[in-house]
Design a protein around this ligand. Structure first.
Ligand code: D61
Ligand code: MG
Length: 414
């Protein structure tokens, strides 16, 4: 749970945080008893707390397919990310990975911590995969094949141009969007979305990750990993790692803002994709990560901390987003609010200020034109201080009652 300081500053986080905690506990209790499914769901919780939560609330049949889709791609990504594997070993594995999912005896040990467990016990994932319906299997196989080939292509090539950047992000995340749309369609709960919109859903998430993880990726041992395209960073520095040095702070922030402006291109496609969804649990599954992404971009914009440490959304804010994302009105509201926050951070001396503002205004126009904005509860920007202090007082009263109760019931040692 969030630190006490954060909670005292944002007391209205308490309720969504508690709700989230209970939902997580409930999800843990629901882990299936069969060994392979049990392994898959507990692995899902270990490797991705955020995706696990939204996957958990899907319809059971679709949930199983999405869970396996996630683990198969996470395993493929573990091979890609392991910088200690030689290229001539790695490339053939990436290319053939889509065949290993049919083979219960296949095994390749790599990665660390929970990723190593996933790789070592991969037979549980293939066993579960073989129990899925054929249309789910086909979608997963097709995307794994295309992603593996794309990753292999980028093992040797660096991300130079913005087109390379979009191509790389298509392989590792856009394809996830295409695959998910196919799984939703196979479940008969949704129509098939156009590929270009599904692709944008992935690109928006992946670009946000790449921006936020600059320092972690550049400091990767034994070899740094670079996903920021040269076409963008070369306008500001002569080497990507120069962005982390204090003397380049101004250039670094300008470059960061340029990267964020690039990511914002995908926001409108994402809104169009989400507005076509019909099934409430699928809608929440898609919308929660997107709102977190635009929220993360708003936090990172003009923020030198991206080059110094980790910039993360407050856990309480994440819990609030999870709690309050139910309809398209909520999504438009959140996109509108975070665009407002971004707009307020744009400095007119930034070389891309005009471009950034134009994109933010276009996003806000889409939100306004939906006609749903007035129905929203604006929870991100406005913080009513009177309401906050009322919650704070209530919090201390409850705390006092709990203390009084506990001390009254304490066994007395005379
Ligand atoms: C709707 C809902 C969820 C969506 C979506 C549409 C469209 C795309 C995505 C999720 C995928 C977004 C990926 C963003 C996070 N990036 C990564 O995890 C990077 O690895 C990419 C390759 C493996 C992708 C595995 C994946 C991820 C999310 C899923 C999923 C599969 C299946 C179902 C649901 C969600 C990144 O990982 C390391 C890191 O970020 O720390 C990397 O290696 O670049
Ligand atoms: Mg990767």
């Amino acid at each position: 749970m969030g630190s006490l300081g954060a909670i005292l500053k944002h007391p209205d986080d308490i309720y969504p945080l508690l709700k989230l905690k209970m939902a997580a506990r409930h999800a843990e209790k629901q882990i299936p008893v069969e060994a392979h499914w049990g392994f898959c769901y507990s692995m899902l919780h270990k490797v991705s707390r955020s995706f696990a939560l939204v996957i958990q609330q899907l319809d059971p049949e679709l949930r199983n397919a999405v869970c396996i889709f996630y683990l198969v791609l996470r395993a493929l990504d573990t091979v890609e990310d392991d910088t200690s594997i030689a290229t001539d070993v790695k490339v053939p594995i990436l290319i053939a990975f889509h065949r290993y999912i049919y083979d219960r005896d296949w095994h390749f040990s790599c990665g660390t911590k929970e990723y190593k467990v996933l790789m070592d016990e991969f037979h549980h994932v293939s066993t579960a995969f073989l129990e899925l319906g054929r249309s789910y299997q086909e979608a997963i196989e097709d995307i794994t094949k295309r992603m593996g080939a794309g990753m292999a292509k980028f093992i040797c090539n660096e991300v130079e141009t913005i087109d390379d950047y979009d191509e790389y992000c298509h392989y590792v995340a856009g394809l996830v969007g295409l695959g998910l749309s196919k799984l939703f369609y196979a479940s008969k709960l949704e129509d098939l979305a156009p590929d270009s919109l599904s692709n944008s859903m992935g690109l928006f998430l992946q670009k946000t990750n790449i921006i936020r993880d600059y320092l972690e990726d550049i400091n990767e041992i034994p070899k740094s990993r670079m996903f920021w395209p040269r076409e963008i960073w070369s306008k500001y520095v002569s080497k990507l790692e120069d962005l982390k040095y204090e003397e380049n702070s101004d250039k670094a922030v300008q470059c960061l803002n340029d990267m964020i402006t690039n990511a914002l291109i995908h926001a409108q496609d994402c809104l169009t994709y989400m507005s076509a969804l019909r099934e409430p649990s699928i809608f929440r599954f898609c919308a929660i990560p997107q709102i977190m992404a635009i929220g993360t971009l708003a936090m990172c914009y003009d923020n030198i901390q991206v080059f110094r440490g980790v910039v993360k959304m407050r856990r309480g804010l994440t819990a609030k987003i999870i709690d309050r994302t139910k309809s398209m009105a909520d999504v438009y509201g959140a996109f509108f609010d975070f665009s407002c926050m971004l707009k307020s951070k744009v400095n007119k001396n930034d070389p891309n200020a005009t471009k950034t503002l134009k994109k933010l205004e276009a996003i806000q126009k889409t939100c306004r034109d939906s006609g749903l904005l007035n129905k929203r509860k604006s929870y991100i920007i406005r913080s009513d201080s009177r309401f906050n202090s009322a919650v704070l007082v209530a919090f201390f009263i409850i705390l006092a009652i709990v203390f009084a109760y506990l001390s009254a019931n304490r066994p007395k040692n005379y």
